[in-house]
Design a protein around this ligand. Structure first.
Ligand SMILES: *Cc1c(COP(=O)(O)O)cnc(C)c1O
Length: 504
């Protein structure tokens, strides 16, 4: 496949890009955050290109990195209500959240292998990842299934001597609802605990939201850290987020440093060592260009589109908006108060057939046995406003079509597997103990073939069926299968089998 012709290599990449979901134009309401302004995309790309050869590992050698980070911290701390906050620019929300947990753990004084983080059920999975990597527990506090809001009293009941951090979302990803952050702050102060506000998703939209919100940022007494992603409502390409702390020492506790090896002195503010400065430069250029006024203008477009779409969903018999969303995202579920409830994943499937991709979310059983309904998530961006009328019409037509159809079923073999778990014929331990080849065989048997070519529509993965399967199977088994699927999907087939040629 070697080519000596750079144009030919790039042409190949262009062909590969043809199978990607459209990143612009408002056709996909998750993953991408399109400002709708071509000038921002070009600016971000040019800024990234300027720093492309730089190593962000050492800002004393590459001073532009330090200067850009100072500006981004300045911009963010004034947006988030704490002019004295200190912080770190990271590669993304997961890294910001992980560092917030690591810093709180290190300042807690708890011995290794001890400690827990208390967060609402709706907190982002990044906190599960942080807990797993750091060897601590994440306690998910059930939220009210109707409002999807947790009570501070329930959070308090989950706190014990080994709790070292409280987490709240502003807003949460699954339903777009804000946690009661002022009440969390009171609890944090009462118990002497740090409180992290995860504003990764909505922070850079909420800071300029046109309607008044409950207080949620670093100005709330008790809030000690906050994360927000430039690569979401900061409109930067992927690779930029910020973590702010009100306390300098807790900020420093997230760093890693050593001079105790034979090489250069290491000091890393983030998880990475050598790191790209492209994400930082892109985010920096966009904040410099837009300024607070530019952000406020784009947020106005988001809020306008959100109003149109929320009102449309409310007008559809059989669907309801989940919880009490505030800000740029919301979720839609079946309305069981209606005589004709609509399955939200069928609906998403029908909306997809009409040109817009929405994100299916499975049902979630909380630790107290109550359930958060299966739903379909919508992330509204500035560009959504330009397609809001078309999307509204698609939502209505899709509802009519979906109403006539039963909920999407999991593939037969996975239904049989679920029945086997139920009857006790197979245990979760059996399934989790399967090796990779056996797990792959189960997936392929269920018609979920990681070696199929998603660019060919007849081989495209049926996401509705996958979500239905997640709904049926024990969650550790699902996690195992998700890993097997993605690992097989992104690896070449074993040498010599030559079964799949994905790069045309
Ligand atoms: C996106 C998100 C994260 C994780 O961020 P990544 O940039 O995807 O790593 C964390 N919390 C919330 C609420 C998010 O929406």
């Amino acid at each position: 496949m070697t080519s000596r012709d750079p144009d030919e290599v790039l042409a190949r990449l262009r062909r590969l890009r043809e199978s990607d979901a459209p990143t612009h134009g408002g056709r996909i309401l998750s993953y991408v955050y399109d400002s709708g302004l071509g000038v921002l995309d070009r600016l971000a790309a040019d800024a990234a290109e300027l720093v492309r050869p730089v190593n962000g590992l050492d800002p004393t050698v590459f001073g532009s990195v330090a200067a850009m980070e100072r500006d981004l911290i300045e911009f963010s701390r004034s947006a988030f209500g704490s002019p004295d906050a200190v912080g770190t620019v990271t590669s993304g929300g997961t890294e910001s959240c992980l560092l917030a947990v690591a810093a709180a753990r290190r300042t807690s004084g708890l011995p290794r292998g001890h400690g827990n983080v208390v967060a609402p059920s709706t907190a982002h999975a990044a906190f599960d990842k942080a807990a797993e990597l750091l060897g601590v527990d994440l306690r998910r506090v059930p939220v009210d299934p109707d409002s999807t809001r947790p009570s501070a009293a329930d959070v308090a009941a989950h706190v014990d001597d080994e709790t070292f951090l409280l987490v709240a979302s502003a807003p949460n990803y699954p339903t777009g609802t804000m946690d009661p952050i002022a009440e969390f702050g009171e609890l944090a102060l009462e118990r002497g605990l740090p409180l992290h506000v995860d504003a990764c998703l909505g922070g850079f939209a909420l800071a300029w939201w046109p309607e008044p919100s409950d207080p949620w940022d670093l100005s709330v007494p008790g809030v000690t850290s906050l994360s927000a992603d430039f690569h979401k409502y900061g409109y930067a390409p992927k690779g930029a987020s910020i973590l702010l702390h009100t306390d300098r020492d807790r900020h420093r506790a997230g760093y890693f440093a050593t001079a105790d090896w034979p090489g250069y002195p290491v000091v890393n503010p983030t998880l990475l060592g050598s790191r790209s400065a492209t994400g930082t430069a892109a985010a920096w250029a966009i904040t410099q260009f837009l300024g607070p006024e530019g952000f406020a203008g784009l947020v106005g477009d988001i809020a306008a589109a959100r109003t149109v779409l929320l009102e449309q969903v409310c007008a559809i018999d059989g669907l309801r908006v989940v919880g009490d969303p505030f800000g740029p995202v919301f979720a839609v579920a079946a309305d069981h108060a209606s005589a004709r409830p609509i399955d939200p994943h069928r609906w998403a499937d029908e909306v997809h057939a009409r040109g817009f991709t929405l994100q299916a979310q499975p049902r979630y059983r909380q630790s107290d046995g109550s359930e958060l309904a299966a739903s379909t998530h919508l992330t509204i961006t500035p560009v959504t406003r330009t397609v809001a009328a078309e999307l509204s019409a698609a939502m209505v037509d899709a509802a009519t079509a979906a109403r006539a159809l039963p909920p999407i079923d999991a593939p037969g073999p996975l239904r049989e597997l679920a029945a086997a778990f139920e009857s006790g014929a197979v245990t979760v331990e059996d399934a989790v103990g399967l090796d990779s080849a056996a797990t792959e065989a189960v997936l392929i048997g269920a018609g979920i073939d990681p070696h199929s070519d998603p660019a060919r529509s007849e081989e495209a993965l049926d996401i509705g069926a996958v979500i239905a399967a997640i709904d049926l199977l024990p969650r550790p088994v699902t996690a195992k299968m998700l890993i097997e699927f993605l690992a097989a999907f992104t690896n070449p087939p074993p040498a010599g089998t030559g079964t799949t040629v994905r790069a045309r």
